[in-house]
Design a binder for this molecule. Structure first.
Ligand SMILES: Nc1ncnc2c1ncn2[C@@H]1O[C@H](COP(=O)(O)OP(=O)(O)O)[C@@H](O)[C@H]1O
Ligand SMILES: [Mg+2]
Length: 393
């Protein structure tokens, strides 16, 4: 039996679990991360006994705060917010079958799921402000503008419909046709405008159910009066885009690439695909974007002795090397470093603190390669300089 919830204690965090129902989603929409703790002056903090309840309490709330840190509203998020808002506006009264959807394609840990949820949350918050009557208590739960479905491995068409049914709180019993019918009716009745399918790569066509599940998403795209947004890894060959291979990039900037889909099936032209890539340092604009993200996370730290903007000014390149430009890696490194800085009493994140943190295996391997490459380059550089320095060239 599940333990009873702790009454009055805020120990849950909707961001920790994917929303599975409209109630979960509303909790997510209203969720505010732990606030920045109010710190007493450093002298008073230092004078507290290390084991005192007061100090433990303060540090626990700082750890909680750091564990959520902040989510940065990055240029990529702004870009996709504009795209999605425009799609929603252009699709609102469009006839069935004429509505275009968007697939956001990118490697793991670039922040795809976070991005779509942040945008959808803001979309719903704006609706709540603009149309309070739609969310009036007597209509509780009957207006559901956003449906968020996180797909699972080898998901079948019926499971997709069941996930939507469960989200909307409609019965999940019966045949696939029965559930489909209920789901289509419910989506229309709830006024759903935006459906998000997260982790579309789980509709892998090399598995038995993959193609059928893709066809099912196309079927939904055709029949529901909503805008569909999907995220996933390596969606280039997704049957949602085409039956054939994709054509090359038509527009490109550092983090976002818009690609035209290849030969089209009847529904193939209904999705565009854009990439979300890790942060790069290839141009000044790229560097500014990365530095901006570092600055917003660093600015949120709650440490007594951390030198303001030291990471932003001195360690931005190191942070990129450590994390391969992954926002997940950066967030994890700063969260862990902040907790360690408090635990060890240094109260500052320095290069030494960050060096002592072990990140994910993938990030550590990539960093090992970068450092090896850099040390080879500097050895080559030194051996080239050597003769000149000796005067023997
Ligand atoms: N905008 C952001 N600001 C700060 N951290 C972020 C942001 N987006 C993602 N992250 C961090 O990266 C982690 C993984 O992001 P996620 O959206 O799950 O990536 P993906 O879906 O691409 O695999 C998040 O849990 C969070 O710690
Ligand atoms: Mg994800």
């Amino acid at each position: 039996m599940a333990p009873p919830p702790l009454a009055g204690v805020d120990c849950t965090h909707p961001g920790l679990a994917e929303p599975r129902t409209k109630e979960d989603w509303v909790t997510y929409v209203f969720y505010e991360p732990p606030p920045r703790p109010l710190l007493p002056p450093y002298d008073i903090y230092k004078a507290m006994d290390r084991d005192s309840t007061e100090r433990r309490h303060l540090n626990r709330s700082r750890n909680r705060y750091h564990s959520a840190l902040v989510l940065a509203w990055t240029p990529a998020i702004s870009h996709f917010e504009t795209e999605i808002t425009e799609l929603l506006a252009a699709n609102e009264m469009a006839p069935p079958g004429a509505r275009l959807g968007l697939l956001i394609d990118g490697p793991p840990t670039v922040g795809k799921s976070t991005l779509v949820k942040m945008i959808a949350r803001k979309f719903e918050q704006d609706l709540r402000e603009d149309f309070p009557e739609r969310f009036a208590p007597e209509r509780l739960g009957s207006y559901v503008p956003v449906v968020y479905i996180s797909l699972t491995d080898q998901v079948t068409p019926k499971q997709i419909s069941i996930a939507i049914a469960r989200y909307l709180n409609v019965p999940t019993s019966g045949t696939k046709d029965t559930i489909d019918d209920r789901v289509l009716t419910a989506l229309t009745a709830c006024g759903t405008q935006l459906i998000i399918f997260d982790d579309l790569h789980f509709l892998d066509c090399s598995f038995k159910e993959g193609r059928a599940s893709n066809d099912h998403i196309k079927f939904l795209a055709n029949h529901v009066p909503c805008t569909l947004i999907g995220t996933g890894v390596d969606l280039e060959d997704s049957p949602l885009l085409s039956e054939g291979g994709p054509t090359g990039p038509v527009k490109q900037n550092s983090r976002l690439k818009t690609l035209a889909s290849g030969p089209r099936t009847q529904t193939a032209g209904r999705f565009s695909r854009q990439e979300l890539t890790p942060f790069a340092l290839d141009s000044e604009a790229d560097i500014l974007q990365w530095v901006g993200v570092v600055r917003s996370l660093e600015g949120a730290l709650s440490l007594y002795l951390h030198e303001e903007e030291s990471l932003t000014r001195r360690h931005w390149r190191y942070l990129h090397d450590r994390t391969e430009g992954s926002i997940a890696g950066l967030h994890a490194l700063l969260r862990r470093s902040a907790v360690r800085a408090i635990q060890q009493g240094t109260e500052a994140i320095t290069r030494e603190t960050m060096d002592s943190i072990i990140l994910s295996y993938a990030h550590e391997r990539a960093y090992a390669k970068v450092t090896e490459l850099k040390s080879r380059k500097s050895t080559r550089g030194r051996s080239k300089q050597q003769p000149a320095a000796d005067g023997s060239a």
